[in-house]
Write a protein that binds this ligand. Structure first.
Ligand code: LMR
Length: 328
């Protein structure tokens, strides 16, 4: 009996947050890798879930699986093409197997801030990118913001030379590999759920991420400090299977698209605030945050920007021009 009770309790606690769907409702699984609260993606996914489940009750039922509990980012897109999951929002760095065009988002010091990223994503070029993986079975529905990336390591990072020889975890993106090689560091591709352990056991020395990820996954606890470098962007694409999406009854698809668009607008306008709060929370929790003078930051620009050259052909001059124009 005791054994049974324990099993029941474990089952309950690991599934407690997953929505219960009624018979006859179409189940829409949404898998992601971050926290649910105090995080731009987690909050947006939860809002989408609650709106779908109240406004489409009886027709559709969304189940959000956060924190890599269902799939890791390197598995989720395959699972989507197999019909095992219907929605995900991987970072834009995770689409490398599907398109080289998304490399634009990983170029260091391209976008000045999230507003510039927003302008680019909402331009004709950004819209086109959402449809660029259709041949491979994937359809981009919306861009979701997280924020600018910061650098952290087990020693202070003030000058680019400080990164020399250090092992940095990167997302599965060749641009990010090249960015750290440019600094004389050793980049290692690693999944998000392994980063904290990797830093703690010193398999890696450092990483780059947004404030909400550095706070949400407590990376600051196992690092010397975080340098407010704002050197790149971490943003997401809400993605689905083109076949699944276009196979939906038109009314269901329309209602889902409308809710998603409203959630996107509401939450994207709050992402900067969420990251600002995360930075504050890192400081309050005893984390060290280092800021750079304009001259110090410029040295990182000079060190990292040559990476652009390697990827210009993959990305295309037109797209690069459109992205640069979004800074004004
Ligand atoms: C990462 O792998 O560092 C991020 O893409 C995780 C996320 O989804 O924010």
């Amino acid at each position: 009996l005791i054994g049974l009770a324990v099993t029941a309790a474990i089952t309950l606690s690991s599934t407690a947050a997953i929505a219960n769907c009624d018979p006859g409702e179409m189940v829409i699984k949404f898998s992601h890798v971050t926290n649910t609260d105090k995080h731009p993606k987690g909050i947006a996914a939860s809002l989408l879930e609650s709106r779908v489940n109240s406004e489409m009750n009886g027709k559709a039922c969304m189940q959000v699986y956060p924190n890599s509990t269902l799939y890791d980012d390197n598995k989720v897109l395959e699972a989507m093409l197999n019909g095992d999951v219907q929605l995900a929002a991987p970072s834009l760095s995770k689409f490398e197997k599907f398109t080289k065009k998304f490399r634009i988002f990983d170029l260091p010091f391209l976008f000045e801030d999230v507003e510039a990223v927003d302008r680019f994503q909402n331009s004709a070029s950004g819209e086109k990118l959402k449809n660029s993986m259709k041949k491979r079975g994937l359809l981009g529905l919306s861009y979701w913001h997280n924020g600018m990336k910061q650098l952290s390591a087990n020693k202070p990072l003030i000058k680019p030379e400080d990164a020399q020889g250090l092992k940095f975890r990167v997302q599965a993106s060749d641009v990010l590999v090249a960015q750290f090689e440019q600094l004389g560091a050793n980049p290692q591709k690693m999944s998000f759920k392994e980063v904290y352990g990797g830093l703690q056991t010193k398999v890696i020395d450092g990483q780059e991420n947004s404030w909400s990820n550095i706070y949400g996954k407590k990376f600051f606890e196992v690092q010397d400090g975080v340098t407010a470098s704002n050197h790149g962007i971490l943003d997401y694409l809400v993605v689905t299977s083109d076949e699944w999406w276009n196979g939906l009854p038109a009314d269901i698809r329309g209602q889902l698209a409308q809710i998603l668009q409203e959630v996107t607008e509401t939450r994207n306008s709050e992402s900067a605030k969420v990251n600002q709060q995360s930075m504050q929370r890192v400081i309050e929790a005893g984390g060290v945050v280092r800021t750079l003078t304009p001259e110090q930051r410029q040295a990182w620009v000079v060190a990292m920007k040559p990476v652009w050259k390697k990827f210009e052909d993959d990305i295309g001059a037109d797209l690069l021009e459109a992205a640069e124009a979004s800074n004004k």
